[in-house]
Design a protein around this ligand. Structure first.
Ligand code: HEC
Ligand code: HEC
Length: 223
């Protein structure tokens, strides 16, 4: 969002508003006359569209990109971002504020001696104390940060074994569909808003994205 409005500001500043603006808009819509695209209707914020609902996109690469954009609605959700920060502290809440009480990731992403993540976080949510929980609660390594990623940069990172924990695409599907820390995103406890859809639906989207070629969306594309 910020990127796009910066770009818009630059365009207006250059005094070529009308022409460039229309270019910007057509780029943003991804309108390609050669491949008429039937997009599925928008999902409500708590649902995911199924892989089948993207069948109207005839071009396989375009369909793969659209599937990734839909899956990115999960990966860029605060439930996931909060445990995949760029910095040394976990984040919390709907607006990804810095974790309170203050804690740091430590050398193994599990906190520091005396203040490990699991000193407070159990293997399940502690409802009364509001402390979220799942087995082996700890931070994702810095190279796997989701915070601040655009869908395209996220996509490239996920495909890069140097930044995804050495995972193959098959392992990435498996992790998405079955990992317990990922799964916590749909049962976050207290008053936290869960990620959209279900973990199974998310896994199915990632699998369909891979099947259609694991294409990355354009830099300006947003779900
Ligand atoms: C001293 C206790 C304590 C320690 C240690 C601790 N946490 Fe937390 N954490 C909490 C509490 C309490 C909350 C709930 C805050 C709230 O929502 O009111 C929380 C919330 C979170 C959330 C927010 C979930 C969300 O989406 O809102 C994440 C992520 C998190 N902790 C990760 C970690 C990680 C990773 C570590 C280790 C590096 C860690 N915590 C260490 C007490 C702790
Ligand atoms: C409690 C913290 C925590 C939460 C919450 C969490 N993750 Fe992770 N995530 C991790 C850790 C730790 C790893 C590294 C595990 C590994 O390498 O096997 C990881 C790895 C991953 C990976 C594979 C590596 C990569 O980046 O390519 C993906 C994909 C992923 N998480 C997605 C998600 C999604 C989607 C959500 C929300 C629905 C989520 N995570 C929520 C801690 C978390």
């Amino acid at each position: 969002m910020r990127l796009r409005s910066n770009a818009l500001g630059a365009v207006l500043g250059a005094g070529a508003a009308a022409l460039s603006l229309s270019l910007l808009i057509s780029a943003g819509c991804g309108g390609r006359a050669a491949h008429p695209v039937v997009m599925p209707p928008p999902a409500d914020p708590q649902s995911l569209r199924t892989p089948e609902s993207f069948a109207g996109i005839g071009d396989k690469k375009e369909r793969s990109r659209a599937l990734f954009l839909e899956a990115s609605r999960v990966m860029l959700h605060p439930r996931c971002v909060n445990c995949h920060p760029v910095g040394d502290s976990p984040l919390q809440g709907a607006h990804s504020q810095v974790h309170d009480p203050p804690v740091v990731r430590g050398p193994e992403d599990q906190g520091v001696p005396g203040l490990e993540c699991t000193s407070c976080h159990q293997d399940r949510n502690a409802q009364l104390a509001r402390v979220p929980g799942a087995p082996k609660w700890h931070l994702a390594p810095k190279v796997m940060a989701l915070e601040g990623r655009t869908p395209r940069s996220l996509c490239e990172q996920l495909k890069d074994p140097a930044r995804n924990g050495g995972k193959s695409l098959a392992e990435l599907i498996e992790h998405s569909a079955h990992d317990e820390l990922v799964g916590w995103g749909w049962k976050p406890g207290a008053d936290r808003v869960p990620a959209p859809g279900t973990q199974a639906e998310f896994g199915a989207l990632v699998a369909a994205w891979v099947k259609d070629g694991a294409e990355c969306p354009r830099e300006e594309s947003r779900p």
